[in-house]
Write a protein that binds this ligand. Sequence first.
Ligand code: C2O
Ligand code: CU
Ligand code: CU
Length: 476
Amino acid sequence: DMPGMDDMPGMDMGGNDMAAPKNALMLPEGEPLRQLPLLVNEANTPGLFRAKLTAEPATARFAAGLDTPILGYNGMSPGPLIEAVEGDRVEITFANRIPGEASTLHWHGMPVPADQDGNPMDPVATAGDRTYSFELPEGSAAAYWYHPHPHGKTAEQVYRGLAGVFLVKPKVDPIPAEYGDTVLVFTDLRLAADGTMPDNTMVDLMNGRVGDHVLVNGQKNPALTVPFGTKRRFRLYNATNARFLRLSFEASMMVVGTDGGLLEAPIEADEILLSPAERLELIVTFDKPGPATLYTLDYDRGWMGAGRPADAGLTLLTVNVSETPAEPLPPLPDRLRPIAQLNAPVVSRRFVFTETMTMTATNMEMGFLINGAAFDMGRIDVVSKAGQVELWEIVNKADMDHPFHVHGTQFQVIEHERDGQVSKPAYLAWKDTVNVARGETVRLLLRQDRPGLRMFHCHILEHEQLGMMGIVDVQA
Ligand code: C2O
Ligand code: CU
Ligand code: CU
């Protein structure tokens, strides 16, 4: 049996409905896009950000007249927006008020010390408190996020509502302030007829949970009004458990940043693919009056069993471009910042992702494995050295795409290989999550600068929970 199977509900396959419960609820659309409320800095010392985050049961109203029990940070989902500046010291006291469950605060993508990173090895028990503290190094400005990471419970705590945005701002920003800074957090919601969120089914565990509604900042297809000709900065977050978002905008898009911050130069894009946990920063120009929607295109990420959800043609956001022309705006600079390419790796490692599925008369055994093994909290999978550049080759031999993520650092993808064809990424970028499509090999360069235990895993959170995760011990 695979580890983690005891966490799985509904293992009896006999006559069980494999399909997710069908949702009949309609959600209101077209409400003004909500800005995420800021987490207030309680410190009055310059260079210090101090606040409290409580994970707790809360209520949301998604469908008219129905209360949905959720988990929220300070009562809300997505959680409050944390905004700090490079060089700041951060002290966040976490209160776990989730009944009966451990939790943690993981700072996804951030260069924080290993013992402050909310790993599954450092749980905060229910009713417990702990303070996370770390410094934001110079050059670390980027769109990060925070979410729980307790052993065996991450997927559920996230789909019940626990995820929030952590923006680290640079001291000097090359993107004109006139473009604004609009965060768009995508989450995925499934509601039963009574307004509650159903538990994960077998299908969810295999494919990762895909809901019935993709929300933006907690709203379905909200609306935003902008003047004609304006440029806006958007930070897109895929905070879903398992939904791949292939997106296009009825407006012109320039990609200016990835998980780890700005690119060297803006790159035009007609469409983008945001796999679970990835972020992109865009500058969008609204060059004609009328509605401009952000919508999904079809993307086949591999699906086990029947009932692959339709993911094309969903409208995520409607921008109403008015007839009034915008005030003249400063241009987008041609150069954003230099990115130093990581130098020659001294070690190379190979990680092979596989799925195993064994059906018996009464049972199904599933495994999501890295190099043939499921996650074991007591096992170190890789020992590496701080400050050393390594080549990591992620080989996907499975039938589904698996978004690969590693804690504690940002990496640079150097190659994709598929059917013997090698291609280079279109631009040099810092990333903490990269999709490894089925049958694909992705090669990346990475360097961990701080010692300690770091997780690496598939960011389809149900796969992470079922074993597709390992530990690297970074030694000083
Ligand atoms: Cu966003 Cu280990 O996770
Ligand atoms: Cu992470
Ligand atoms: Cu996966």
